[in-house]
Design a protein around this ligand. Structure first.
Ligand SMILES: [Cu+2]
Length: 488
């Protein structure tokens, strides 16, 4: 039997050692986890917490334990004992209080990805460190005009982000619509990938995979493998989809059903856009309407080429990638049958964020994302840099004046894609490889293609303080592809 590594023991704690022991419960877990994933079970929704009278107070306990993954108990990490953690539902103008209890064996903290809230003090402050056994009280005050949409929470302690998310620490935040959209059912679909070592543990990830960006052998929705959903024809379902994978790009299809995208990240389109295929890079979210048609349809994640490592030919992953087959990986099967449902009211028109394409730009910057061989990280390790430097928490890389609109040109000099994430302030995509956009597209994670360049504009308003921008291939972030921004 493969012994658990020191790094893994640190991540998962004493339970990891117990799980590999022969005899007693340990052996049962070991045998159970060698079996194939359980498929075909009904979709399970994570527990929900909803704000009342403008407030939501929740306690999130990050801890190792036996969690259900692909229908079997596995030693992993979770918030409040489950993967994903509870769904938090709030409204613009609300105050969200989170008491984070760290029962891990490592330092952690919390990031509320995409929320437009203060990055300072006990707000969305990634410089907070919560030691094992400690507790921290976060408070997030959402502005009254906060965009509705799908957001998420996860750890952001530099150097451990990829490991902790890969092991199961993530959950959904939904900011409700100011004007309700009529739907027959709303579902939260949190897509993650992970690898199980056959002993019921999440294994250590080799350096090579961290440099490419790890992709797990299993792609799960709410911790479930190829689950099942049922509906009647003519229903309008609302799917809130999050890509929580450390590095995997999700190219999603649901052939046979009518799909309309309400928006991505915090960006909502004025009217829903019809689509056949949806690309979510790590960190992206989709707010999707599915109008059902009779028959069975499979939600698939198709292989997406995100480039290769410098000096290597072809993609970094081969046969063991579940999406690397002609039909991709089956994530869910939607069965539509029975009496047709009554039609619903049209989706109300949404007035989005102001279009910055006609705004005066106060400053233009270049942000160069690079990967290359370098000194100082040990033999064979690549350096992942922004403007030639690795992350240093003490250094401020970019200083912006409060209230200004800036235009950043994100330049990728490497042969692999990097999804660029800026905290607190959403980005409007202006140009991709020299091509202007047809409409106003807002995202907080923007893909910068291999050897490509993307222009984005941001309005640095409402908050001051220090925060970060980084590659959302979280292994790259942990390896240093992150910079500090201060708005003052
Ligand atoms: Cu990257």
């Amino acid at each position: 039997m493969k012994p658990i590594s020191r790094r893994q023991a640190l991540l998962l704690g004493g339970l990891g050692i117990a799980g590999t022991a022969v005899g007693g419960a340990g052996l049962i877990w070991t045998l159970a986890s060698r079996e194939a994933p359980v498929t075909g079970s009904e979709l399970i929704q994570p527990p929900e917490e909803r704000s009342t009278n403008g407030q939501l107070q929740v306690r999130l306990e990050a801890a190792p334990g036996r969690m259900q993954l692909a229908g079997q108990p596995h030693l992993s990490l979770g918030y409040n004992g489950g993967i994903p953690g509870p769904t938090l539902r709030v409204r613009a103008g609300d105050v969200l209080n989170v008491r984070l209890v760290n029962k891990l064996t490592q330092t952690t903290n919390l990031h509320v990805h995409g929320l437009h809230v203060s990055p300072e003090g006990n707000g969305d402050n990634v410089f907070v460190s919560i030691d094992p056994g400690s507790t921290f009280d976060y408070e997030y005050k959402l502005p009254r005009d906060h965009p509705p949409g799908v957001y998420w929470y996860h750890p952001h302690h530099h150097g451990m982000v990829a490991d902790q998310i890969f092991a199961g620490l993530f959950g959904t935040i939904i900011v409700e619509d100011p004007e309700p959209i009529e739907t027959s059912v709303e579902r939260v679909l949190v897509i993650s990938d992970t690898t199980l070592d056959g002993l019921g543990n999440i294994p250590e990830v080799p350096a090579m995979e961290r440099m490419m960006g790890r992709e797990g052998e299993l792609i799960l929705v709410n911790g479930q493998s190829n689950l099942q959903l049922s509906a009647r024809p003519g229903e309008r379902e609302r799917w809130r989809i999050i890509n929580t994978c450390v590095a995997r790009y999700l190219r999603l299809r649901l052939d046979g059903q009518q799909l309309q995208l309400l928006g991505m990240d915090s960006g909502r389109f004025p009217t829903p856009e019809t689509l056949d295929e949806l690309l979510l890079t790590p960190g992206n979210r989709a707010d999707l309407l599915v109008t059902t048609t009779a028959g069975d349809s499979v939600l698939r994640a198709l292989y997406q080429n995100r480039g290769s490592m410098p000096g290597m030919m072809g993609p970094g992953f081969g046969a063991r990638n579940p999406a690397d087959q002609p039909d991709g990986a089956a994530l869910a099967t939607l069965r539509v049958s029975g009496e047709p449902a009554a039609p619903l009211m049209p989706v109300p028109v949404y007035q989005g964020l102001a279009d910055l394409r006609s705004s005066a730009v106060a400053a233009r910057r270049q942000v160069v994302l690079a990967a290359g061989m370098g000194m100082g990280m040990g033999a064979g390790m690549m350096r992942f840099t922004i403007n030639g430097r690795e992350f240093n928490q003490a250094r401020t890389d970019t200083t912006v004046a409060d209230g200004n609109v800036e235009e950043w040109t994100l330049i990728n000099t490497s042969p692999m894609d990097h999804p660029f994430h800026l905290h607190v302030w959403p980005m409007q995509i202006i140009e991709v490889n020299g091509q202007g956009m047809d409409n106003a597209v807002w995202q907080d994670v923007v893909n910068v293609p291999a050897h490509g360049r993307v222009k984005v504009r941001m309005a640095f308003k409402d908050f001051r303080g220090r925060s970060v921008y980084h590659c959302h291939i979280l292994d790259h972030e942990d390896l240093g592809m992150m910079g500090v921004i201060e708005v003052q």
